[in-house]
Design a protein around this ligand. Structure first.
Ligand SMILES: Cc1cc2nc3c(=O)[nH]c(=O)nc-3n(C[C@H](O)[C@H](O)[C@H](O)COP(=O)(O)OP(=O)(O)OC[C@H]3O[C@@H](n4cnc5c(N)ncnc54)[C@H](O)[C@@H]3O)c2cc1C
Length: 561
């Protein structure tokens, strides 16, 4: 075991983590970034379609972006936070461009945009359909340039508290050696990404396992609006691979088995570019009412022509061919709604602060809340960049005011004993993979596009049963070096904890709002539920409280597209 010490520790090396690290270093803090995979393998790398910003210098209006984000959130987003994000977006895009992100340009040589869902105006900046990859690699260059300390392929197992219950570091396993280390810090920023793999299938990478949400929850931070789980309208059947919204942004149609553009019925003004919750529900309705094709509807790009497909959508062109054997220029592609994004997360303010001293969160693991009940496409990359920077600034500033870290080196024994127990236990026929699959299927059945009391209770029951089974789980691989079996087991533990918060939040919200659509309560109920669901760990399980939604100037209205 070794003990390390830094001012600020950032857990996660996706876009939020890298942006936070950079900000904290620029504020003069000694910063370390910890990541369970190589930084550029973070899920941010998979982002395709783009990043939103209203460039006021070319006539766009951040106020309009903010209003559309509020409307998209079904009025559950906090409007003060949304205003911050939309107001700072333009400068963030220019900054990224100056760092070296080669955003596509239009015919006049200016930064080019495409239109994304739920927005009237084209304000999504992109690098073909590999925007996340382009941004992540450029930020990684910045990380190398400032020589940030990176603990790469280290897996954080817990947050460390001092006697005053402030977070003052983390315990992590170095995957190459299996050694456990204590890394003390005055501030810890969680940037660990979403919850995708709690569901099966999901568009998310296998590494997206809700670690940060569970780590924060374990030390008394709250998770908020976890029931707001986004199903993306265009994913491949079976494996859940994403086909970016940019396809519809460039003009693709959604059609049913009769060739009808069915969005005409559900969203006559926005058609295929209504917000994601609306499009996913429309597709699922078509499928449920027998107008689908083998459990899917069709995404038709043929009229866009081969040249556009091969230049602006080259990545999904490859994906369609490799995974569905469909040539997009010649055939429509079968797609369906699939798990994609978690709007909820660790409750923070606009500077990433949680109520637990020393603990911050940013990116998909956090809930500021700017996405409310439904996130607009291309607002998440923006969220990571804006609130990653703000959390880095705040953590560095607070660390300066924080005295010596008083944590005994012996705290590490708690994790050491827990891992030893897991390793010593005789493995049964249960494996982390089996438990994860059963959890994922139960969630995808019970807490999906359409929900009702009975289905959600079944999912919760399964999750609780699996948690019981998890306590008896053993690890087959007894080795020290890259013990992925052990890591998968720890990840499943994090996911089960998080799945429970999703289920209970969903069951308690007896209305329909955003991505949370209940067939037994089909209407939005502002009188009783215009409020955030806050889940905190109590002595005998999760405890639900509610907190008010901040409304600045957009009063809730009936939402139609
Ligand atoms: C396929 C796909 C396409 C998308 N396309 C878009 C898009 O076009 N536009 C848009 O706005 N949004 C898009 N999104 C959403 C967006 O990409 C994500 O919400 C965002 O990138 C998340 O960034 P993040 O920094 O919060 O987390 P991530 O990029 O997921 O990074 C998480 C980091 O945490 C680390 N980590 C996690 N747990 C631990 C642990 N226990 N110990 C150590 N390290 C840990 C990981 O190693 C990783 O470095 C897309 C998402 C997907 C899945």
């Amino acid at each position: 075991m070794a003990v390390y010490q830094h001012d600020v520790v950032v857990v996660g090396a996706g876009l939020a983590g890298m942006r936070a690290t950079l900000a904290a270093i620029q504020k003069g803090a000694d910063v370390a970034m910890i990541t369970k995979v190589h930084p550029v393998r973070s899920h941010s790398n998979a982002a395709q379609g783009g990043i939103n910003a209203a460039l006021t210098s070319r006539g766009d209006d951040w106020d309009e972006h903010a209003y559309e984000t509020v409307k998209g959130s079904d009025y559950l987003g906090d409007q003060d936070a949304i205003e911050v994000m939309c107001q700072e977006a333009g400068a963030a895009i220019i900054e990224l461009e100056h760092m070296g992100v080669i955003f596509n340009r239009d015919e006049d040589g200016r930064l080019g945009t495409r239109r994304f869902g739920g927005q009237q105006r084209a304000r999504t900046f992109h690098v073909a359909d590999i925007t996340g990859q382009a941004m992540l690699h450029v930020l990684y260059e910045q990380i190398l340039k400032v020589r940030a300390r990176v603990y790469e392929e280290w897996f954080v197992t817990s947050l460390v508290l001092d006697d005053n219950k402030a977070v003052r570091g983390v315990v992590a396993i170095e995957l190459m050696t299996g050694q456990l280390h204590l890394i003390k810090a005055k501030a810890v920023i969680l940037c660990t990404g979403g919850t995708g793999r709690v569901y099966e299938p999901s568009t998310n990478g296998l590494i997206v396992t809700a670690d940060g949400q569970a780590l924060a929850y374990a030390v008394g931070a709250s998770v908020m609006d976890m029931e707001m789980v986004q199903y993306h309208p265009t994913t491949l059947m079976g494996n859940g691979v994403l086909i970016t919204e940019a396809a519809r942004g460039e003009g693709a149609y959604l059609v049913n088995k009769d060739g009808d553009r069915f969005m005409q019925k559900y969203a006559p003004n926005f058609m295929e570019l209504a917000s994601r919750d609306v499009v996913s529900r429309s597709e699922q309705t078509e499928i449920n009412e027998g107008r689908g094709v083998d459990g899917c509807v069709l995404l038709d790009l043929r009229h866009l022509g081969r040249e556009l497909i091969e230049t602006k959508l080259s990545y999904i062109n490859e994906v369609a061919l490799d995974f569905a054997n469909v040539n997009l220029a010649e055939q429509p592609l079968p797609i369906r709604p699939g798990n994609h994004y978690e709007m909820g997360g660790i409750k923070t303010d606009v500077n990433g602060r949680t109520p637990v001293a020393g603990l911050y969160a940013a990116g998909e693991c956090a809930c500021v809340s700017v996405h409310g009940g439904n996130r607009l496409g291309a607002n998440s990359l923006l969220d990571t960049i804006i609130f990653g920077r703000r959390a880095g600034d705040a953590a560095a500033a607070d660390a300066k005011e924080t005295g010596e870290v008083k944590v005994s080196d012996s705290v590490i024994s708690i994790d050491r004993d827990a891992i030893k127990n897991l390793m010593d236990r005789n493995p049964t026929s249960d494996t982390p993979a089996k438990i994860r699959l059963e959890m994922g299927k139960a969630m995808n059945e019970g807490v999906a596009v359409f929900r009702d009391e009975a289905g959600m209770q079944r999912a919760l029951h399964t999750v609780r049963e699996l948690r019981e089974r998890f306590t008896g789980l053993g690890v087959h691989d007894k080795g020290q070096v890259f013990n992925t079996n052990l890591i998968f087991a720890l990840e499943v533990g994090f996911m089960l904890e998080t799945a429970e918060t999703i289920c209970i939040g969903a069951i308690a919200r007896k209305e329909s709002r955003g991505a949370h659509f209940r067939t037994d309560y089909p209407n939005r109920d502002d009188e009783n539920f215009l409020k955030h669901t806050v889940v905190t760990k109590g002595p005998s399980g999760p405890v639900i409280t509610y907190s008010p939604v901040t409304v600045t100037k957009w009063k809730p209205q009936v939402r139609s597209y």
